[in-house]
Write a protein that binds this ligand. Structure first.
Ligand code: HAM
Length: 470
């Protein structure tokens, strides 16, 4: 399906990195998770986002269900979160209510790069607070979400005032554009009457050229809106955030009042593929049926665009599945004992384990262990069972040792600790060295003299590269 895609196992680590940063940032600023249904009554968005907006008028997926209700696949999260705030009487709790969400949204957009029909957003919303410090903190949270992932961004900020000052401004805009309608794109010709603010952020060249001479909203703000905006900007300065004031961003949703902002990657000059955006929406609770005027502010980030930026910039993200220890077995009795060992280590320790008990060939298991880049493989065979031992193989050095079966846990802990401290090359205490002369990893020949209590550093090629004497 156009604009919809699978996110495959090998791609998940980037998505997981974004999700975990979102959770971390939410936690740092006291935002708690909310999940709303993917389907909502269509009116939540028609009334909340605005009937005339592109999102609702052109892009929303809606249908009548078997019971005759008209439902919509949510095109965004804010209106749904506000619906939930009202429905569950959250206004009775201490304000603001701070919530975050992660999940899919649906917009029937024209397919093009950075635009999907099933898109994923993470969002932070704070409902029930008017103070401009909240706007600044939300702006900071969006910025930090990108920064923690290693993505450099610039914040574009504007204010579109309250409905009163915006009405005056809209009149001035209509007057300006009416004389120039021949130069506008078809959409904007239509928007002059319905949604003149959108002419300012139209990405068509003809419309872009006209906006430089257009009246600017900041000249139309009343004292209250101006004061609010000045405070937000002061806090951004204090926080030393890289922002630019951009009088032409208006955002495509009707619920905004006062502060609005977007995050653009540093190398994006047009904002066509903004990484996120948000703003204040002081009227939305009332519009959706709330009893009191309830100020609110929030933002959402586009996860698809963030993930593609991580890839484009080749930013390293943590592996999701990165086992340290593989347990291999040879023979039926060993398989059974290895399965029990696996369960006991899995429950008792936090070792990152891997196995392939469904494979019989040792060669296949070792190949898999190699592919998984584990640090050690434990190998259990008939002989080891008889002797109460197990082989432990250092996968980087190829060194293989026999250890007591009962000492597995302590031995792995010790080795993983050493690994964490020293990485590779592997550090081995001198008195252990003699034990390492096995068929796979004979290294004693390389050492002229084994001194007790000395540390020998052995590189992966089994050559001694350094000897540190205590
Ligand atoms: P929005 O600007 O419509 O705002 O979307 C936020 C972000 O979602 C965009 O900046 C972009 O990164 C991403 N996005 C939007 N559409 C697509 C698409 N078709 N494909 C890929 N990514 C897309 C909102 O949705 C508001 N709810 C933000 C908000 C929260 N305002 C207040 N609170």
């Amino acid at each position: 399906m156009t604009g919809m895609r699978d996110i495959l196992p090998q791609d998940q680590k980037h998505w997981e990195a974004v999700r975990s940063v979102a959770k971390k940032i939410a936690n740092s600023y006291g935002y708690q998770r909310i999940d709303t249904p993917i389907l909502e009554d269509v009116n939540v968005f028609v009334r909340g986002v605005g009937k005339q907006t592109d999102i609702v008028a052109k892009e929303m997926y809606s249908f009548t269900d078997q019971g005759g209700d008209i439902l919509a696949l949510r095109p965004e999260g804010t209106a749904a979160v506000v619906r939930s705030y009202i429905q569950h009487g959250m206004f009775n709790q201490t304000q603001p209510i701070k919530m975050f969400y992660i999940g899919p949204m649906f917009r029937h957009e024209k397919p093009q790069s950075g635009r999907y029909r099933q898109l994923y957003q993470l969002g932070y919303e704070a409902i029930g607070e008017i103070n401009p410090a909240l706007d600044a903190q939300l702006i900071l949270m969006g910025y930090n979400s990108l920064d923690e992932l290693g993505i450099e961004s610039t914040i574009t900020v504007n204010s579109i005032g309250c409905p009163d000052c915006r009405n005056e401004y809209k009149k001035a805009l209509v007057k300006y554009y009416r004389g120039k309608s021949k130069l506008l794109c078809e959409d904007c010709k239509r928007r002059i009457g319905s949604n003149p603010l959108r002419l300012l952020d139209c990405k068509e060249d003809g419309c872009q050229n006209l906006k430089d001479e257009a009246p600017q909203i900041l000249d139309y703000l009343d004292d209250g809106c101006k004061d609010h905006f000045m405070k937000v900007v002061e806090y951004l300065d204090e926080l030393d955030l890289p922002y630019v004031l951009n009088p032409y961003i208006v955002r495509g949703l009707d619920y905004y009042t006062k502060t609005i902002f977007e995050y653009w990657a540093v190398d994006d000059t047009t904002g066509k593929n903004a990484l996120g955006g948000g703003g204040r929406y002081d009227g939305l609770v009332k519009v959706l049926g709330g009893r009191e005027e309830t100020p609110a502010c929030g933002l959402s980030m586009g996860m698809d665009r963030i993930v593609s930026k991580l890839r484009e910039k080749e930013i390293e993200v943590p592996e999701i599945y990165g086992p340290d220890v593989f347990i291999a077995q040879l023979g039926e009795a060993a398989k059974k004992k290895a399965m029990v060992l696996y369960e006991s280590l899995r429950k008792k320790t936090d070792f990152k384990l891997a196995q392939a008990f469904y494979k019989d060939s040792l060669k296949t298991q070792l190949e898999l262990a190699n592919k998984l880049k584990v640090k050690f493989t434990l190998i259990l065979g008939q002989k080891e069972i008889g002797e109460g031992t197990i082989l432990i193989r250092d996968m980087e050095g190829g060194v293989q040792e026999v250890i007591d079966f009962d000492k597995i846990e302590a031995e792995i802990s010790k080795r993983l600790d050493k690994y964490a401290k020293n990485g590779n090359p592997v550090m081995i205490i001198g008195e252990d060295i003699t034990a390492l002369n096995t068929e796979n990893g004979g290294i004693n020949d390389e050492i002229d003299e084994v001194k007790e209590d000395s540390k020998y550093v052995i590189d992966t090629g089994e050559d001694i590269i350094d000897i540190i004497e205590d």
